[in-house]
Ligand binder design. Sequence first.
Ligand code: AMP
Length: 274
Amino acid sequence: MQVVYNFKELNKALKIESNKTIGFVPTMGALHDGHLSLVRLSMQKSDFTVVSIFINPTQFDNPSDFINYPVTLENDVSLLKKCNIDLVFIPEFKELYQNEKKINIPLNGLDQVLEGNHRKGHFNGVIRVLNIFFQLIKPRYVFFGEKDYQQYLIVNLLAENHFNNIEIILCPTIRLQTGLAMSSRNIKLNLEQQKIASKIFQTLNYCKKHFSFSKINELEKICFDKLKDFSDPEYFEIRNSITLSKEIKKSEKYRAFVAIKLSNVRLIDNLAIN
Ligand code: AMP
């Protein structure tokens, strides 16, 4: 496994046979089994797997959230080495953004709701960094977790509009036994708080169990109130799985989306409910 830190080293390492497919897993580090599941899928599907570790400042709306984001670089590299991937890219902000060519893509309002509404500019930053990564790495497949489902929808639009050759692959959310979705931010929770945070998944399952098209608003409120009992919820919303609209179309698929703060740690999750 090679670890590279700049464009020159990256380009050299990417000189592989032209018939080989590159699988790419972008991450912000503090790796856990959720990330590693993406890495394994990439290794199964592609000939050459690249993982990036980069805490992208342009996607943070809150400077203290950026500064406090967990960093475990040494451990990350050693985990990836054990997976036997081909290449780790750990770029520096300055070089990554120095020749950025900004792009515009029609997001059809996908960036205006849920995370987009609660973290202003977040998806703009995500698109900026992935646009740079996709141009540099030229992957055939890019792997994203269902845990960040809204991000997956938006990245799909990026690929459709600008990177025809790239297939975006959605990978299932990996959870602890308690149901809590694995997240780099979980490191900041003590064991007791992790146990409490498992109520997020319980609430999503409650929503799934009680879902009916006639009671969406009522169910959202019940679930929001359940979250309030143990945390500071930002939203609990039921939305169309493709458009993220609230409009009811009984033939279509819906998901519940949630964001909470638990002693200043922000956690998100979602679940398909019909
Ligand atoms: P992050 O490092 O949080 O930016 O995440 C990098 C990638 O890992 C994203 O595609 C996430 O959706 C994915 N990911 C994060 N947590 C999980 C999880 N628990 N299960 C599956 N994928 C995940």
